[in-house]
Design a protein around this ligand. Structure first.
Ligand code: ADP
Length: 314
């Protein structure tokens, strides 16, 4: 089946990054509603994805009750989406304190960190799946580690997407996440959500990709710095290098270099931009927008394709 969109829910967008293992409930609820709306095929009735409105049945996602209620309902058409989320305050701490990203599984600390990281990221995954299910999105959690995905020198070496494709063909919305995985050269590493997105985009060729994050978009330097300029469009060349087509605001003709801080276990904005650039090179449009805003709903709904308004963010 053709895939409409692969969405990255940034860890910073759905968790409180400074507080250990704390979900940003408000943001998660809004993004789940946005995803439901974006998945619905125009003209399908009543805000339902599965043929019943789960939001009226809050108990459904927690228990198995209610299954009989939609057995005879026709499944409504909806756009096929894949969701990938980052870790934010889940998993980051456990991974960086123990050095899971650097490998050496024979060290007790790394081994313990591997276990702790997986407990943390899979609990976040469960909460996201639950939030989507409450909205009536037939979501299924899929862990890269448990799917047998492997890396070598921290790059994906083997990552079979057949379970993801099968889930989509069966009418589900797969929800993957950044994970701790085995690495052939160093024992283990962290596979970031941004790298997973690129791999899925290469293999499954969605119509477009959306990164939802906690800032308005990509700036020419960390947005906490004074005079940071929000960028409207970044063009990616054949060789993978990129240049800024237009800043969102003024300074149109100024040459802009993007600078990002080198930090965290998976590379932060630097990884995100280079993974996004590789996706764009495949001819797939990528939108990096702030989560839970009207902008993000428009991006998820495909309204921005070939049509980024002039006054965008202006
Ligand atoms: P996520 O968790 O959403 O995947 P990250 O936390 O890894 O994303 O990266 C988003 C953060 O990167 C933002 O909170 C922002 O402060 C920081 N950042 C650093 N440099 C830039 C930049 N040039 N443009 C936008 N954000 C940047």
């Amino acid at each position: 089946k053709s895939i409409r969109c692969i969405v990255k829910l940034g860890g910073s967008a759905i968790t409180c990054k400074t507080e250990l293992e704390r979900i940003n409930e408000e943001s998660l609820e809004t993004v789940s509603q946005h995803l439901r709306q974006a998945m619905m095929v125009p003209g399908s009735s009543g805000g339902k994805v599965l043929g019943m409105d789960w939001s009226k049945r809050p108990g459904f996602a927690e228990t198995s009750c209610g299954v009989d209620d939609f057995r005879d309902q026709p499944a409504l058409g909806f756009n096929h989406f894949i969701v990938v989320h980052g870790a934010g305050s889940f998993g980051h701490f456990q991974a960086s304190k123990s050095g899971v990203h650097k490998g050496s599984l024979n060290q007790p600390l790394v081994k313990a960190g591997f276990v702790a990281t997986r407990i943390s990221v899979t609990s976040l995954n469960l909460e996201i799946v639950r939030a989507l299910a409450r909205e009536g999105v037939p979501s299924l959690g899929l862990s890269p580690f448990a799917c047998g995905w492997l890396t070598r020198e921290r790059n994906i070496s083997s990552a079979d997407v057949s379970t993801v494709a099968k889930a989509i063909d069966s009418g589900f919305v797969p929800v993957l996440h950044g994970d701790a995985v085995f690495d052939a050269s160093q024992g283990c590493t962290i596979l970031s959500g941004d790298v997973i997105i690129r791999h899925l985009a290469e293999q499954l060729k969605p119509e477009f990709v959306v990164f939802l994050t906690d800032v308005l978009g990509v700036y020419d330097r960390p947005p906490t710095e004074p005079n940071a300029v929000l960028l409207r469009e970044i063009e990616v060349r054949e060789d993978g290098s990129w240049s800024v087509v237009k800043p969102a605001l003024e300074n149109t003709n100024k040459k802009v270099e993007i600078t990002v801080p080198a930090h965290d276990t998976t590379g932060g904005m630097r990884t995100k931009i280079s993974e996004a650039a590789m996706i764009a090179k495949l001819g797939i449009d990528v939108y990096i927008v702030k989560v839970a805003t009207s902008h993000s709903l428009r991006a998820l709904s495909g309204e921005l394709k070939d049509n980024i308004p002039e006054d965008w963010l202006g």
